[in-house]
Design a protein around this ligand. Structure first.
Ligand code: ADP
Ligand code: MG
Length: 252
């Protein structure tokens, strides 16, 4: 890992109205790192990715980018949303979707003049979807949708990739392709921050794992972070055990 992080998140807190999504989250991301964000539904994984992508404004705390990433906020990171945040009923081809740009919000789908059909086909080739480039996006299976989303991220080289649930709903061969693509990005010196429900994928793909449950429960190597205790704390089993213990005690 290089000495200076590419992205530095410090003491970040984010609320939607009075619902606290993130509380005092700190995390830095270095070149050549893959960090998996794991945690239950509602843990704040998507909120953290969106806040780094500047799509959500924090209540407090900071997100800082290395000067090496340049001044244009939209060019500093590639962000791809969760599959269910994309409107798959739009009358667009696979190629169109890939060309609609990988950064910014899903609603800010602007085709940029710099991206060409050849760029889109190259990105689709990486994920094994080139033969589907003229297919309407409404006809894709869930796994194919995920491949196209990943192609969107690959259309333009970047230093920081924020991927929301890339493994959700993909089959084993697709998972293997994705792991390879992510490893290639990492080996090329990029930083990848991905949210996933799949602890096995987190273990296999990551240099570090950040376990979230509104706050950071654990942050370290996969072995350090993915302990049974941390998983129980993040996924809420501890409180159930506790209630159980009290009930048992009451029967004594
Ligand atoms: P995750 O991706 O880990 O499932 P999210 O970041 O989507 O978690 O959500 C974190 C919390 O913030 C949840 O309680 C969720 O209901 C809430 N939340 C997320 N987005 C919004 C929103 N646009 N408006 C209100 N609450 C939201
Ligand atoms: Mg999410």
């Amino acid at each position: 890992m290089s000495s200076e992080p590419l992205v530095r998140v410090e003491h970040l807190s984010v609320s939607y109205g009075d619902r606290v999504a993130l509380e005092d989250v700190s995390l830095s991301l270095g070149a050549g790192e893959v960090v998996s964000l794991v945690g239950p539904n509602g843990a704040g994984k998507s909120t953290l990715l969106k806040t780094i992508a500047r799509l959500v404004r924090p209540n407090s705390g900071t997100v800082e980018f290395s000067d090496a990433l340049g001044a244009d906020p939209r060019r500093r990171v590639v962000y791809v949303p969760q599959r269910d945040h994309i409107d798959w009923t739009l009358p667009a081809s696979v190629r169109d979707l890939v060309l609609m740009g990988a950064y910014g919000s899903a609603s800010r789908w602007r085709r940029t003049s710099r991206d060409t059909t050849a760029d889109a086909e190259r990105a689709l080739d990486v994920v094994g979807m080139r033969q589907h480039s003229a297919t309407q996006i409404g006809r894709l299976s869930g796994g194919q949708q995920q491949r196209v989303i990943l192609a969107r991220a690959l259309i333009r080289p970047s230093s920081v990739y924020l991927l929301d649930e890339p493994f959700s709903g993909v089959d084993a061969p697709t998972e293997a392709i994705f792991e390879e693509v992510i490893e290639d990005l990492r080996a090329g010196g990029a930083a990848v921050l991905l949210a996933t429900h799949n602890l096995d994928c987190a273990r296999d793909t990551s240099t570090r794992v950040c376990m979230l449950s509104r706050k950071v429960v654990a942050l370290g190597t996969p072995d350090e972070a993915l302990t049974p205790l941390n998983i129980a704390v993040a996924y809420g089993d501890i409180s159930r055990l506790h209630i159980h213990g009290e009930a048992a005690h009451a029967h004594d």
